[in-house]
Design a protein around this ligand. Structure first.
Ligand code: ADP
Length: 481
């Protein structure tokens, strides 16, 4: 079984969010199951710097109007073979994968990710310059969404899977780009790549892929509704028999409190003693008062409306009265950033805000907090609520998407069954979030209940194995096996 896994980011090389965690971990989990999987990424400077040993394996030219590029071969730190689309004109620049350093989208993103999609399709058809040919090309989010459309017009194409990690991001561009990206006008129609008069990369993938997946069973249902389909619900309802939700796993090696190098002290479900040292270190590092018995609420997130960070800020002053402390790590929306910083200024020692992307601090927050906050308005899967359970930090989550599929609410029944591991609320408003936080603070004072919540979460298996098997079965199904 040969799979080409196409992504625009992959940890630990380049990461802006959960897609990188998945692209870094799922291919390795598939390899453990005996699948021959190779990863395809753009050769961003961050990636080239992290991988000094690359080899040119093919020249890529004559692909529509895309600049000449080359294909580099390398190996991921965990041994997964990797190909990089090296096109300095499109990728060699300071900034992130999608935006410049001021947070503005790159003006040529259609070309940047059109090329990634085009090369993926090339490697998946009879025109490939390589001997290795995939049975299935697995595309992820809009950045590789055009791949199934290109494959539709390619000789002897591989089968294709389109995975949605967040349907809110769709890669919508002016229709005039269609021929410049090497697609025939023939595909610019409702049954094709057209989306309200524009060209949509994600819609192309959803329409042309042999199968569509998304990252949790609940989200697979939600994206078929008007409320959460972001305009694509009709197409997804039409394709519901080729749509599957597979819950993401987490990388148990990267996220293991017993061996995590970012922590002040190791700990495990059988001995949680080290957690206190992490709380003290976190409080010191972010400038909170070192107070072992005050419940510390942590949040690590993109600062956006989706993540409900604004609701956390709204309840923050009342939360402190429990008493409690709050630490927030993230960046994004300028209004949310300055509101958060203003609160930290008003409540020194009680609220700490770090506006940046900091992998090490995110691990320490998972370990050093008592409760993790993840009140997303919608959440395809979400990873932090699984990390926090693994770190003995029960999460508070809104009942949506992957959050509901991965967190069991604390009540008398779930406690009795040894399942309770967090707090789930249903009505998305500040009052409910506050009362749920209060519920958590009360449980925190009851040492027996709290210990049960912590160890239930820590002992649950969130690893990739079950999900990787589900993907392998899907590939086998598509190959007619
Ligand atoms: P999304 O992909 O929507 O941003 P996920 O919960 O699926 O949300 O994944 C987010 C990932 O990015 C997690 O690994 C999270 O810890 C990480 N992350 C988000 N913001 C930051 C930050 N400011 N610093 C470090 N890690 C972050």
């Amino acid at each position: 079984m040969k799979i080409l896994f196409v992504s625009s980011e992959a940890a630990p090389l380049i990461k802006t969010g959960g897609l990188a965690d998945v692209s870094g971990a799922l291919p390795a989990a598939l390899r453990n199951l005996g699948v021959d999987v190779r990863l395809l990424l753009p050769a961003y400077p961050q990636v080239l710097n992290a991988l000094p040993q690359t080899q040119v394996v093919a020249r890529l030219f004559g692909l529509a109007e895309f600049p000449v590029a080359q294909l580099l071969e390398a190996v991921m730190p965990d041994g997964v073979p990797l190909w990089l689309v090296d096109c300095p004109a499109l990728y060699q620049r300071d900034g992130g994968p999608y935006q410049d350093k001021y947070g503005a989208d790159w003006g040529d993103n259609a070309q940047r990710f059109g090329l990634l999609s085009r090369v993926a399709a090339l490697l998946g058809c009879a025109d490939s310059p390589l001997e290795w040919r995939p049975d299935v090309v697995h595309c992820n989010d809009w950045q590789s969404g055009l791949t199934p459309a290109y494959l539709h017009y390619a000789p002897q194409p591989a089968r294709s899977v389109m995975s949605i990690h967040n349907i809110a991001f769709q890669g919508v561009f002016p229709q005039q780009l269609t021929p410049h990206l090497g697609l025939p006008w023939d595909c610019f129609k409702l049954d094709g790549v057209e989306y309200f008069g524009n060209l949509s990369f994600l819609k192309a993938g959803l329409f042309y892929a042999d199968h569509v997946t998304t990252v949790s069973p609940t989200y697979a249902r939600e994206i078929q509704t008007d409320a959460l389909g972001f305009g694509l619900q009709g197409l997804l309802r039409h394709r519901q028999h080729a749509l599957t939700g597979i819950l993401n796993g987490i990388d148990n090696t990267e996220w293991n409190p017993a061996t995590d190098p970012h922590l002040a002290a190791p700990y495990s479900s059988s001995d949680l003693t080290g957690k206190a040292a992490n709380k003290a270190e976190l409080q010191r590092r972010v400038g909170l008062t070192v107070a072992p018995d005050v419940p510390l609420f942590g949040l690590v997130s993109r600062f956006t409306h989706q993540k409900g960070v604004d609701m956390v800020l709204e309840i923050a002053p009342q939360l402190l009265e429990f008493p409690a402390q709050l630490v927030l790590l993230g960046s994004g929306d300028a209004g949310i950033q300055s509101w958060a910083q203003e609160l930290a200024y008003r409540y020194p020692g009680q609220i700490a805000v770090q506006v940046k992307f900091d992998e090490g601090l995110s691990h320490l927050i998972e370990a050093g907090s008592d409760v993790f906050l993840m009140p997303s308005r919608f959440e395809p899967c979400g990873l932090n609520q699984m990390y926090s359970q693994r770190y003995g930090t029960p999460p508070i989550v809104h009942a949506t998407g992957g959050l509901i599929d991965s967190v069991v609410d604390c009540n008398a029944e779930t406690l009795a069954h040894g399942q309770a591991a967090g707090f789930v609320f249903h009505d998305m408003n500040a009052y409910t979030l506050l009362t749920t936080a209060q519920r958590a603070a009360v449980a925190y004072r009851d040492k027996t209940t709290w210990h049960a919540l912590q160890t239930n979460g820590m002992n649950r298996d969130f690893g990739w194995n079950a999900s990787a098997q589900a993907y392998r079965n899907l590939y086998a199904h598509l190959m007619g096996k």
